[in-house]
Write a protein that binds this ligand. Structure first.
Ligand SMILES: C[S@@+](CC[C@H](N)C(=O)[O-])C[C@H]1O[C@@H](n2cnc3c(N)ncnc32)[C@H](O)[C@@H]1O
Length: 305
């Protein structure tokens, strides 16, 4: 491979009707999720905020975390007024319920929207039958619902019963009752290994692993140890004609060049095109790009007829 074959790109989103990154700076970000604004830590916002302090003070909830901690533990939300347990956010024709979690997340990662749109393009290309989508570390299921909405057969895998329960609530509020989502409460690696033995294939595989995690039976997930073996197994699950895989990583001490090299290595037996880079959100107040995560996408090269 020549150096020019490697591309590191930035995929940015300016949000959508129900989501905006209003401002950022001084290690925090101010966002609007549906009808509520929240102020939470963001260590990468090292610049200064643009909006008046008064705008920040009017946030509906503020997450006060311990200084310097990266993973969201050790802090808590302080709402400035009574807030509902959940409230809706609409994106790409599905509804996600937001909730103030102790991990400072709200149950949706808006920076992933370009991945969901990209996945929809892949799903549509399958054409002659419903596309099969495998969503690993699927959490509250945004990608699963977006794919199911357009008729894909989705396999949603997560180790947390609570996360699957939340994803099912999202399915219900999205009125996706009779769409096809197979809910799998399992360790991602175990499940994928089983699918390889069964000879199953998927048209699109989404992988969004945490740095550390646990399967339902206590199986340890460590991204640095286990992502390679998982990707090698996923390579065997890619449909032979058209297939695509997208990996997102965040909160790890690694570069997109690392996941780029890993995906190229694990999928080297198959002819495909790889693109890697960063996902970022465009901030409304100053137009700055707030980085959120790294990605690598792989698409099978199609035979020219
Ligand atoms: C933060 S989420 C990923 C975000 C999600 N894909 C989205 O965009 O909304 C990480 C998920 O990985 C799950 N997880 C952690 N360890 C796991 C394992 N060993 N097998 C399967 N899922 C696991 C967690 O339960 C959690 O839901």
């Amino acid at each position: 491979m020549s150096p020019s074959d490697r591309r590191i790109s930035v995929i940015e989103t300016a949000g959508f009707a129900d989501y905006a990154l209003l401002d950022s700076g001084d290690g925090r970000k101010l966002e609007r999720f549906g009808r509520f604004t929240v102020d939470r830590p963001e260590p990468q916002a090292m610049w200064r905020p643009v909006l008046e302090p008064g705008t920040w003070l009017r946030a509906d909830a503020v997450f006060k975390g311990e200084k310097g901690e990266e993973d969201g533990d050790g802090g808590r939300w302080r709402p400035s007024k009574p807030m509902p347990d959940t409230w809706p956010v609409h994106v790409l024709d599905v509804t996600m319920l937001c909730r103030l979690t102790s991990f400072r997340h709200l149950g949706i990662f808006p920076e992933q929207m370009p991945h969901w749109q990209w996945m929809l393009e892949r799903v549509k290309r399958v054409g002659d039958r419903p596309a099969r989508v495998l969503n690993l570390f699927a959490y509250t299921g945004a990608a699963s619902l977006v794919a199911a909405r357009v008729g894909a057969e989705v396999t949603h895998v997560d180790a947390s019963k609570k996360a699957i329960g939340w994803a099912k609530q999202n399915q219900a509020v999205s009125k996706l009752g009779d769409t096809s989502i197979r809910w799998i409460l399992d360790d991602a690696r175990k499940f994928v290994a089983r699918e390889v033995r069964r000879g199953r294939t998927y048209d699109v595989i989404l992988i969004d692993p945490p740095k550390f995690g646990r399967g339902p039976a206590g199986e340890v997930w460590d991204v640095f140890l286990h992502l390679g073996p998982l990707l090698r197994d996923c390579a065997a699950l890619l449909a032979p004609e058209r297939a695509a895989l997208v990996l997102t990583t965040y909160a790890i001490r690694a570069s997109a060049l690392a996941t780029d090299g890993l995906v190229r290595d694990c999928l080297k037996e198959q002819k495909g095109t790889v693109e890697s880079g960063e996902l970022a959100v465009v901030e409304e107040a100053g137009g700055r790009l707030l980085p959120t995560s790294m990605f690598t996408r792989w698409v099978r090269d199609e035979a020219v007829s």
